[in-house]
Design a protein around this ligand. Structure first.
Ligand code: 5GP
Length: 221
């Protein structure tokens, strides 16, 4: 178990000094938490477990141009939109961040997130690396958590085992996964997804520990 210090407040001060436009600088309020990591690592399983067991946490619902997978519900898992509507949202400044991932666009509706944070509700975004980097720039007080697979081979196995994507899509996601794995050190801490319940437990503790500056990871470094 490794102790690491979280320095969101210091980063917020730096951003203000550098003149970066900052969306929200909570002081003493619940923080925004971002969960990121390579496709196939199990982010959506973690999110599903939080949705089931922790209604006190608000999960942002992203907008995407991707087609729904079987079982995905519009408004619950994503808001499914076409390219023109996505363009409109970007132009109107309605997205807190957005990124293109494996041929589709994904974005976080800004207003809902800011409302929840202002109301003091612990808020979680499950987004890709590019999105996490944007949040780091515009909301430096956010806590960025990297979800890592136990091994690269395990990640590949999970991505193929899902059986929902054709080979070329899997190849693109693995390619993106290599880039995402290399960015782990940009995050405040890493949780290794060996056990979904353990990851959720740690994540909830991080989110609900008011301004807890010291956090723990389950990655041995
Ligand atoms: P999937 O198609 O498997 O649901 O998601 C593909 C990737 O898009 C995942 O890495 C997921 O975290 C990311 N993603 C989902 N919603 C958003 C979002 O609103 N913004 C960004 N930047 N990435 C997102």
């Amino acid at each position: 178990m490794t102790e690491r210090s979280w320095s969101g407040d210091a980063r917020a001060r730096e951003a203000v000094r550098a003149g970066t436009k900052v969306d929200f600088l909570p002081s003493g309020e619940r923080r925004l938490t971002v969960l990121s990591g390579p496709s196939g690592v199990g982010k959506s399983t973690v999110v599903a477990e939080i949705r089931r067991a922790h209604p006190e946490v608000w999960l942002s619902v992203s907008v995407t141009t991707r087609r729904p997978r079987p079982g995905e519900v519009n408004g619950l898992h994503y808001f499914f939109v076409d390219g023109a509507e996505f363009d409109r949202l970007v132009e109107a400044g309605e997205l807190l961040e957005w990124a293109e991932f494996a041929g589709n666009r994904y974005g976080t509706p800004r207003a809902a997130v800011l409302d929840k944070l202002a109301a003091g509700v612990p808020t979680l975004l499950e987004i890709d690396l590019e999105g996490a980097r944007q949040v780091r720039r515009t909301m430096p007080d956010a806590l960025l958590v990297f979800l890592a697979p136990p091994t690269w081979e395990e990640l590949e196995k999970r991505l193929r085992g899902r059986g929902t994507e054709p080979e070329d899509v899997i190849a693109r996601r693995l390619e993106a996964g290599r880039i995402e794995m290399a960015a782990e050190k940009e995050f405040d801490l890493t949780l290794v997804n060996t056990d979904v319940k353990d990851v959720c437990h740690r994540l909830i503790a991080l989110m609900t520990d008011p301004l807890g500056v010291t956090t723990t990871t389950n990655r041995e470094v």
